[in-house]
Design a protein around this ligand. Sequence first.
Ligand code: PLP
Length: 352
Amino acid sequence: MDKVIVQLKKMSRYAFQTRSEKILGVSGPASAAMEMAITNLVWPGRKILILKTGTFSDRLAQMAQGVGGEVEIFESQPLRPIEPTQVEELLRRQSFDVVAMVHGETSCGVVNPVVQISKIVAGHGALFVVDAVVTLGTRPMEMDRWGIDVVITGGQKGLASIPGVSLIAFSERAWNAIEARKARQSHWCLDALRAQEFWGNRKYHYTAPVPGILALSESLRLLCEETLEKRFFRHMRSSNALQLGIEAMGLELTIPKEYRLDCLVAVNIPDGIDGTLLRSCMVDRFGVEVSGAFGLNILRIGQMAEQCRPHHTYRALFALGMAMSQFGANVNVAKGLTAFESSFAGAHAESG
Ligand SMILES: *Cc1c(COP(=O)(O)O)cnc(C)c1O
């Protein structure tokens, strides 16, 4: 196991684009890694600013409230990213120990400008925590170069592993804050210093989630073999073709191109169509499962990892179009599929 962990951390450093030695695995969902970030850096008296764009950033706020932090929530306009100028404004008025946000907000399909926000946060001396659960491995996310203090990811999203083992990386500044902490840590499993005993010092913390670690290790090996560059291109090309196909069919994408997340494509459901029935139809007739949303009348189509292969994406697009027509939406399925094909053909030509 020791050898596997050493290798896994090395591969993770490449995936996270960091030189940090403080990369820890967490036995649990991505939410457990989010909770590890929050519970180690927030305690009574610590001030944290949550930049909220949807369900997952709200979860960070709940966790911070749970450990007694002084939590300020700033919410973006619905279905829009956080604007860097808004963050600058907030930090000028008030100081915070920690600022946390989600890079790709999967609940609605918005991508946040973390590079610009990271600079602003660093300029004000706060620690910057980013949930990169869907973005890590699907689009550029460079922990060191972008100056992010804590990056969180899960197994089952951008990394294409199974759920159950998640990863978190801390910058030196973040680690120093954890070591200097005087307040009592109420979480035992999620205590980063205890976890480091296993992940850094080869000692026992709790029984390692062996199957998940092996799965994650294999996923990271595949990622390193493919290289980040080629992987990002594969995601972009597949998602672009899907987006063009959806629009060519006559359907509407929820999020404008400038801040649309590629790895999760949100589609508006035309008025009068029941999203739940539509999704059941896609599963029952075509064996394609897509997600509903947290209260919004949209469908969410994942474009992560192995989904980003032409045969999978084509099938998803076809199922979407056919189900929509079955429920009476005004769609031209053939036109959508043609647009999808041309987009792929074009991308091939460009890549040589
Ligand atoms: C899925 C997701 C999570 C939560 O992942 P779990 O493994 O269900 O805990 C957190 N953040 C983002 C951005 C996600 O997409």
